[in-house]
Design a protein around this ligand. Structure first.
Ligand SMILES: NC(=O)c1ccc[n+]([C@@H]2O[C@H](COP(=O)([O-])OP(=O)(O)OC[C@H]3O[C@@H](n4cnc5c(N)ncnc54)[C@H](OP(=O)(O)O)[C@@H]3O)[C@@H](O)[C@H]2O)c1
Length: 278
């Protein structure tokens, strides 16, 4: 909870992810008058003002004026054009920068700004939209303990957080939890198809699969056991689960999942190289 104007959080970009974090902050008791957003869309600003009671700006410089934290929440393609004109102001003001922008390294952003600033790079994921996200966070060497805590509190508003020690870890987070919801959607899609092929109605198939996924995740979250051990506990010799797992393993599920994560991590690194070169 902020106790001085310095704790004001200013968001540049008021899209889906910013709106989710703002909703989470307000729900956790953060005062609306300590949250500001800059967004070019009048419709978006009107929505954020009426939905959340926060103050919106068209001018990014005005929005971040005196803010203790500045959250960069625009699309990667526009980030350079957003931060470069704020260079003088950011250098003087020295706020904590929190970037949720996918695929852009801190050295590139700070190079475009032309100043060394406390900087936390964050990789959230889409379940943040329903307050069940998980974010990977990395802080540069200019970020103090209080600023790390502030970044963590900001992202905890929409889910769990995990810190990584070096910035390359954010590419790994991207390939695991950033892209991860899609992997689980794919598995659920295939299970729903299979359920329907065995005569279950679409609504029933969907409920069975969604609740099984939620239940398995909740069970694992509440347990100290490894996923392999939890799997063994529901697999009786000669039973149905064993037959199902054997077939999935024979069809290459291990290589498919490991290879999929590896490809996503590699792509995240490549995208950072491409964006940084612009
Ligand atoms: N959504 C996710 O699950 C997710 C996960 C991980 C990381 N991220 C990252 O989070 C960032 C935001 O994602 P999002 O899904 O919230 O995107 P989004 O809904 O497109 O939000 C971006 C917002 O920034 C606004 N904007 C564009 N140019 C601007 C400028 N010059 N100054 C201020 N605001 C400007 C956009 O307005 P217009 O639409 O009018 O251009 C839009 O409202 C992205 O960099 C993305 O990589 C998102």
């Amino acid at each position: 909870m902020p106790d001085s104007p310095d704790k004001t959080i200013a968001f540049i970009g008021g899209g889906n992810m910013a709106a989710s974090i703002i909703g989470g902050l307000l729900a956790s008791g953060w005062p609306a008058n300590a949250i500001r957003v800059a967004d070019p869309s009048a419709e978006r600003r009107a929505f954020l003002e009426s939905e959340h009671g926060i103050t919106c700006f068209t001018d990014n410089g005005e929005c971040i004026s005196d803010a203790g934290s500045v959250v960069l929440a625009v699309k990667p393609q526009v980030l350079r054009d957003v931060v470069a004109p704020l260079s003088g102001q950011l250098g003087e003001q020295q706020p904590l920068l929190i970037s949720i922008v996918a695929g852009i390294r801190s050295a590139d952003v700070l190079g475009w700004i032309g100043a060394e600033l406390p900087y936390v790079r964050v990789m959230p994921n889409t379940p943040a939209l329903v307050n069940r996200g998980v974010s990977g966070l990395w802080a540069n060497e200019h970020t103090g303990e209080e600023q790390r805590a502030r970044a963590e509190e900001t992202m905890r508003a929409v889910g769990a957080v995990v810190w990584v020690d070096d910035e390359a870890g954010i590419d790994a987070v991207t390939g695991v939890s950033g892209s991860g919801p899609a992997y689980f959607f794919k598995v659920m899609e295939l299970m729903i198809d299979a359920a329907e092929s065995h005569g279950l109605a679409p609504g029933a198939a969907r409920t069975l699969v969604v609740e099984t996924a939620l239940g398995a995740a909740t069970l694992m979250g509440a347990s100290e056991l490894s996923p392999a051990e939890l799997r063994r506990q529901v697999t009786s010799p000669g039973g149905t689960t064993e037959a199902g797992m054997r077939q999935m393993e024979a069809a290459g599920i291990d290589a498919a999942v490991r290879g999929g994560v590896d490809a996503a991590v590699r792509r995240s690194t490549q995208l950072s190289d491409e964006f940084g070169g612009r």
